[in-house]
Design a protein around this ligand. Structure first.
Ligand code: FAD
Length: 350
């Protein structure tokens, strides 16, 4: 299955994996802050509303049972699942908008089983993903238009016969997935504070007590004690810091997690297995050509001038990512300008 590729390319196999965990009940050592929280009358639960201003610093103060850091697939999914269970969350995302880069694209069975439970999300993915004929094969070739060295079909009938699940696997790029997750969060009544849109995007129900997502808000620090976790959050737009308090904080802030670093959790395994430049490009003509002649999910291109993996995110829209390995100190990231990359594409395609 696609795990062969995931392992070979050194990727995380499971797109949906909590990077961190529930962090609480650690030493909170800033006495000054503790006093402020008592003065503000915080309990361990309450509505996600501004409960006052600190006179000394002008900081707003917000609280919720669970604060989630990071609106990637993990953080968004968790916010939705907790909301469905009646647990209100504040989700912080430092970027102003969700990523446009396709990133991951293969959804494994367990992930789809979880999505199946989210109000039709699993079906939406199944409906919107490219046809399986487009992504069941890995192709080994000298160029995309050149001779085929080998083909591996990872979805043989016997593979399908082994299914013991009400859902299948899926092929759906991460930049589409996170937008779909955001839509589901919104449909559940979660208020999305987008910096570019004021007032906040609200669902029909206006039930802002369910939860909130703050785009353009970066977690800068956290302190945890027996009553929960207190964070300082910087708004990209206003440059104002807000203090937020949660009974729990979940680190869904990706591979470079600041939460992990603040908590002193060591990174296990090899951090830098390979350096890759990802070139995201669109060509409807190439997509159409490959769909007709040689459809596949991954094209491993080997020739005398290049070794590259081209991920076909969607042959229908002609959306691809070429993954080019590079080798410091002989090569540097800066060597790969858009012009150089565009010239290189010809070597991979023709
Ligand atoms: C270029 C690229 C290509 C990839 N291709 C593949 C692939 O083909 N297959 C595969 O399986 N995986 C791939 N991955 C890996 C996959 O994208 C990740 O495993 C996945 O994104 C992890 O999801 P996540 O929700 O845990 O974290 P992320 O998606 O990394 O989301 C974390 C979020 O937290 C936010 N954040 C970070 N710090 C803070 C902070 N202090 N305050 C507030 N917000 C913060 C970030 O802005 C980000 O939006 C790729 C990754 C990259 C970068």
């Amino acid at each position: 299955m696609a795990s062969t590729y995931m392992r070979a390319a050194g990727y995380h196999l499971h797109v949906l994996r909590l990077v961190g965990g529930l962090y609480s009940r650690c030493q909170f050592n800033t006495r000054r802050h503790m006093t402020k929280f008592k003065a503000a009358g915080l309990a361990s639960s309450g509505k996600a509303v501004d409960v006052g201003k600190d006179e000394g610093t002008g900081l707003g103060l917000k609280k919720a049972p669970v604060i989630i850091v990071g609106a990637g697939p993990v953080g968004l999914t968790l916010a939705i699942l907790l909301t469905k269970l009646g647990v209100r969350t504040i989700l912080l995302e430092k970027k102003l908008k969700l990523t446009d880069h396709p990133q991951a694209h293969f959804l494994n069975n367990r992930t789809m089983e979880i999505f199946r439970r989210i109000n039709g999300l699993g079906h939406e993915i199944e409906d919107q993903q490219p046809p399986m004929e487009h992504w069941r094969r890995f192709v080994y070739c000298t160029t995309l238009a050149g001779p085929i060295l080998g083909l591996v079909d990872h979805l043989q009938p016997e593979d399908m016969a082994m299914h013991r699940s009400p859902t299948g696997i899926a092929h759906f790029s991460q930049h589409h997935l996170v937008r779909l997750l955001l839509k589901h969060a919104f449909d559940l009544g979660i208020v999305v504070h987008e910096v570019s849109r004021m007032p906040p995007m609200c669902s029909n129900s206006q039930s802002s007590n369910i939860g909130e997502i703050y785009m353009g808000h970066e977690l800068k620090s956290l302190h945890a004690n027996s009553s929960g976790v207190t964070t300082r959050v910087l708004s990209f737009e206003t440059k104002v810091e807000t203090v937020m308090h949660g009974s729990y904080l979940v680190a869904a802030d990706g591979a470079g997690s600041i939460v992990r670093k603040i908590m002193g959790v060591e990174f296990e395994g090899e951090a830098d297995m390979q350096k890759l430049i990802n070139v995201h490009f669109r060509s409807k003509a190439l997509g159409r050509h490959l769909a007709r002649t040689n459809p596949g999910m991954l094209y491993f291109v080997f020739n005398a001038r290049a070794i590259v993996v081209i991920v076909a995110h969607d042959l229908r829209s002609g959306e691809f990512v070429a993954q080019l390995p590079y080798y410091p100190p002989q090569q540097n990231f800066e060597d790969f300008s858009p012009e150089v990359n565009s010239r290189s594409m010809k070597i991979y395609i023709h």
